[in-house]
Design a protein around this ligand. Structure first.
Ligand SMILES: *[C@@H]1O[C@H](CO)[C@@H](O)[C@H](O)[C@H]1NC(C)=O
Ligand SMILES: *[C@@H]1O[C@H](CO)[C@@H](O)[C@H](O)[C@H]1NC(C)=O
Ligand SMILES: *[C@@H]1O[C@H](CO)[C@@H](O)[C@H](O)[C@H]1NC(C)=O
Ligand SMILES: *[C@@H]1O[C@H](CO)[C@@H](O)[C@H](O)[C@H]1NC(C)=O
Ligand SMILES: *[C@@H]1O[C@H](CO)[C@@H](O)[C@H](O)[C@H]1NC(C)=O
Ligand SMILES: *[C@@H]1O[C@H](CO)[C@@H](O)[C@H](O)[C@H]1NC(C)=O
Ligand SMILES: *[C@@H]1O[C@H](CO)[C@@H](O)[C@H](O)[C@H]1NC(C)=O
Ligand SMILES: *[C@@H]1O[C@H](CO)[C@@H](O)[C@H](O)[C@H]1NC(C)=O
Ligand SMILES: *[C@@H]1O[C@H](CO)[C@@H](O)[C@H](O)[C@H]1NC(C)=O
Ligand SMILES: *[C@@H]1O[C@H](CO)[C@@H](O)[C@H](O)[C@H]1NC(C)=O
Length: 514
């Protein structure tokens, strides 16, 4: 579990910044009184799941946005679709508070996906606490698909999804990796409160963290002195931790679950003391005994950020030691730290044009299937009736909407699935002509339009390809196809059902002699 356990503290906040908030509650929106954050209903972003209220006893002790959940008792994978700006860095946070909403006193365990990739596994070591999964992620498409996946250990549910845009130049990683929250500490806190929006314009959640070898330093800061790309809250940066033993190094460590895990660390420094002329505070930062950065002299009320320029990996323990230099009169300090774990989003999302086309097809025909999230990925949850190719960007290669109760015309959206090799629209109630745009599907090898109510002539390009043998074309049982033309096999169309059954495996090619 990469998420963190957190009990919400009631801290007063100001007005809202540019955030999109989704909430599993069927109302248009409301402002959370304790935070002044405006929450909107998630109804526009999903068409599955049911809204449920947490138990009344839990409601009184939690923030309003956790009072309802959206629960997913049916469907293996259920997905939100949230429009975003591609190429923009986001902090995305999903919050889960069980609150015994189902009366079972048994929190479920389930997976959280982002598009075709596993984001997190959500479990509840302590049912009375909320679970949070948070990532820093730059979407490559104009939408994201957060999905909840049932693993047979109870119905998934979700309380909130929150998105905030970050500065592109912040949380830089060597190869544009996505970062999952691991630790985020406010060091030297004198209030021992959790701070988020609007102390933090990006609504990062800062958890106070102390250690019995450390003590606190603090100062009062002026406004607007930390306007760099990371925009750390003043309240966090105005306090620092320092070793009690002034000659000892400042140390901390973490142990990864396995040596292959990759981390990025961001350390934030700010001198909180006005140093006398004969005082200096300079130190080196070592990781596992090797110089990581140094020497560093934190500026007074000017923020320094020291971070890993490539992922840290390969160790069973990451021990950081900040040791004062020989000439330094004062011990090291640190004001805040963030540690993120690289999250492997290796599977590409399906080509956006294909997703747009298939989404339009779904909406226009009212396709009654569990078609949510990325159409092609992960492979285990590929949309029923589709097949895809997976070289680099997944593409839809096969569409089977046979026996799906489709009515109306053959939609031109279908011709936007440009890599389609197999198209089966048989046994529906499609009417109108066989459209010419189907000839644009250059890769099409199988086209089955049998058992519909199509009319008129068949485009010559399709007939030509089927004669050449590059296209297997089925048009039988469309009684009005080519009605007024001297069509060959016209009579075939009017065979009684029994005979048709016998010749079911034959591909009936119907050519118009016009
Ligand atoms: C998301 O974007 C698509 C395409 O631009 C648009 O059709 C849809 O209405 C948007 N959804 C929401 C909830 O704004
Ligand atoms: C769960 O967390 C609450 C609040 O921190 C705590 O009071 C309770 O003891 C915890 N329960 C368990 C089983 O750890
Ligand atoms: C964001 O930064 C990366 C490098 O850090 C750069 O490649 C990319 O073009 C930037 N994107 C935007 C939208 O500025
Ligand atoms: C303080 O730290 C120094 C350097 O690590 C050590 O030699 C000394 O014993 C420590 N003093 C106490 C009282 O722990
Ligand atoms: C710095 O100077 C002050 C007096 O101005 C003195 O009390 C203090 O001990 C000196 N500190 C150091 C580290 O030399
Ligand atoms: C998709 O591929 C699988 C496995 O090759 C095949 O069994 C299935 O019929 C295909 N479905 C469609 C719609 O082409
Ligand atoms: C196409 O879908 C129909 C109805 O769902 C199914 O019976 C048929 O096996 C599918 N064909 C392929 C090739 O998967
Ligand atoms: C054709 O579709 C209907 C319902 O739309 C279904 O009952 C029937 O079984 C389908 N026939 C075949 C051959 O798939
Ligand atoms: C087929 O279409 C014709 C009009 O083109 C209509 O009169 C007829 O009712 C339709 N048949 C079915 C079975 O939908
Ligand atoms: C069915 O196919 C067989 C052999 O392919 C053919 O001889 C026969 O005439 C066909 N039946 C009809 C009714 O078309």
């Amino acid at each position: 579990m990469m998420g963190m356990l957190l009990q919400f503290l009631y801290v007063l906040f100001g007005v809202l910044i540019s955030v999109v908030l989704v909430q599993a509650q069927d109302q248009s929106g409301y402002t959370e009184k304790t935070t002044s954050i405006f929450y909107i209903s998630d109804a526009k972003f999903i068409d599955a799941g049911v809204s449920k209220s947490i138990s009344p006893a839990e409601k009184s002790t939690h923030l309003q946005q956790l009072a309802y959940v959206r629960s997913f008792p049916s469907g293996e994978r259920n997905c939100y679709r949230i429009n975003v700006t591609s190429g923009t860095k986001y902090l995305i946070r999903a919050t889960f508070f069980y609150g015994n909403y189902d009366g079972l006193n048994q929190p479920p365990q389930f997976d959280l996906h982002l598009g075709p990739n596993l984001w997190d596994t959500v479990s509840f070591p302590n049912a009375s606490l909320s679970e949070i999964s948070e990532i820093i992620y730059t979407p490559s498409l104009d939408y994201i698909h957060p999905c909840l996946v049932n693993k047979g250990q109870g119905a998934p549910f979700i309380s909130t999804i929150e998105l905030r845009t970050l500065k592109n130049a912040s949380y830089v990683t060597a190869s544009a990796e996505s970062l999952a929250y691991y630790r985020r500490y406010d060091l030297g806190s004198i209030t021992n409160l959790v701070y988020r929006y609007n102390y933090d314009v990006y609504d990062r959640i800062w958890v106070p963290h102390g250690f019995n070898q450390w003590t606190q330093l603090s100062s009062t800061l002026n406004h607007d002195i930390f306007q760099n790309d990371y925009k750390l809250p003043e309240v966090v940066m105005s306090t620092a931790a320092t070793p009690i033993n002034a000659s000892a190094p400042f140390q901390f460590y973490w142990d990864p679950d396995n040596v292959n895990e990759k981390f990025y660390i961001y350390m934030h420094f700010n001198e909180v003391k006005i140093l006398a002329e004969n005082e200096t505070r300079t130190f080196n930062i070592f990781m596992n005994g090797k110089l990581f950065y140094g020497p560093l002299t934190p500026g007074y009320l000017t923020k320094n950020i020291i971070y890993s320029t490539s992922a840290l990996t390969g160790a069973t323990r990451y021990l950081f030691s900040l040791a004062k230099t020989g000439t330094s009169t004062l011990p090291p300090i640190m004001n805040a730290m963030e540690i993120y774990k690289v999250i492997d989003f290796a599977q590409s999302e399906t080509e956006q044009d294909d997703v747009d086309a298939i989404t339009n097809i779904k909406n226009a025909y009212g396709v009654d299937r569990n078609w949510q999230g990325d159409p092609c990925g992960p492979v285990a949850y590929i949309w029923e009736g589709l097949n895809c190719s997976y070289d680099n960007t997944p593409r839809i290669t096969s569409l089977n909407l046979s026996s799906s109760g489709l009515t109306g015309q053959i939609l031109s959206f279908i011709s936007e699935l440009t890599m389609l090799q197999y198209l089966d629209l048989s046994n529906n109630s499609l009417s109108g002509s066989v459209p010419d745009f189907l000839t644009q599907l250059q890769s099409l090898k199988v086209l089955n339009l049998a058992k519909n109510n199509l009319t008129g002539p068949v485009p010559g390009g399709l007939v030509e390809r089927s004669k050449q043998g590059s296209l297997s074309l089925s048009l039988d049982q469309n009684p009005n196809l080519c009605e007024s033309d001297p069509c060959i096999q016209q009579t075939n169309n009017k065979q009684p059902d029994g005979d048709q059954q016998k010749n079911k495996s034959n591909i009936v090619i119907l050519g118009c002699l016009q």
